[in-house]
Design a protein around this ligand. Structure first.
Ligand code: GLP
Length: 241
């Protein structure tokens, strides 16, 4: 595991964007795994800025997002599809046929999960996966559990996650209680992983993920076993390491 500590949020975002840019320059048809949440907003902004400089583009890039809320349609401003359009896709030359995000409105959720997993495999697996981390150590929406859930699956969100994510909704009642998430095996199969974290609120969980035991109770702890993972942390998030 490689740990990069940056002076602040902006620097964290820039370091992450430069790593993704270099991936796209070296392999223009990369398969990217993408994350949502508050943390990567600055990273997407910086990635778009670098894209506008013209050294790389998204013409041949395929993307797979980690997760989506169940019950939210693409045009719902709280859906991760909408987030991705606003923060990245509408600003770059990606072919929307190459964009994959679990369908939050799927009628047959089990089938949607299976299909999603199949599409990732068919594309050849993920070259570079971007991750954030939940306050309880979740990655994607893989919540603390008694076992690591391997493949794309339906998740019942933890109370703590619903609470934390309610800041993006008008009220806590509006936060979906279920989601579809890529599994731990799917994430661990990515050839390269970067995890972003910012702020003192993430310091405890970052310490547990980096120095604690490897346990499904802290899903991010499994990243200790990945051969090419980089944590990009601002100094607050790294303050308890
Ligand atoms: C959400 C997402 C995760 C994200 C996490 C942290 O629940 N499903 O992918 O990493 O929240 O979000 P934030 O960056 O807003 O703290």
């Amino acid at each position: 595991m490689r740990i990069i500590v940056t002076k602040d949020y902006d620097e964290m975002s820039k370091v992450a964007a430069r790593m993704v840019a270099s991936q796209l320059i070296l392999k223009p048809d990369s398969i990217l795994g993408l994350a949502t949440g508050g943390t990567p907003v600055g990273f997407y902004k910086e990635l778009v800025r670098l894209y506008n400089e013209g050294t790389f583009d998204f013409k041949d890039v395929k993307t797979f997002n980690l997760d989506e809320y169940l019950g939210l349609s693409k045009d719902n401003p709280q859906s991760y599809y909408y987030y991705m359009m606003e923060n990245l896709f509408k600003h770059v030359n990606i072919d929307l046929n190459n964009v994959h995000i679990p369908d939050g409105m799927a009628e047959d959720v089990a089938r949607e999960c299976k299909e999603y997993e199949r599409k990732i495999k068919e594309a050849g697996g993920i070259d570079l996966q971007v991750l954030g981390i939940g306050n309880n150590g979740h990655i994607g929406f893989n919540e603390p559990d008694v076992k690591f859930e391997a493949e794309t699956h339906m998740v019942n969100l933890d109370e703590e996650t619903i609470q934390a994510n309610s800041r993006f909704f008008n009220s806590i009642e509006e936060v979906p209680t279920r989601a579809i998430s890529m599994g731990i095996k799917t994430i661990m199969h990515a050839r390269k992983i970067i995890l972003l974290a910012s702020g003192t609120g993430k310091a405890d969980i970052i310490r547990e993920a980096v120095h604690g035991g490897i346990t499904p109770d802290v899903p991010a702890s499994i990243l200790q076993l990945h051969p090419d993972v980089t944590f990009i942390l601002d100094k607050e998030a790294a303050s308890k390491l």
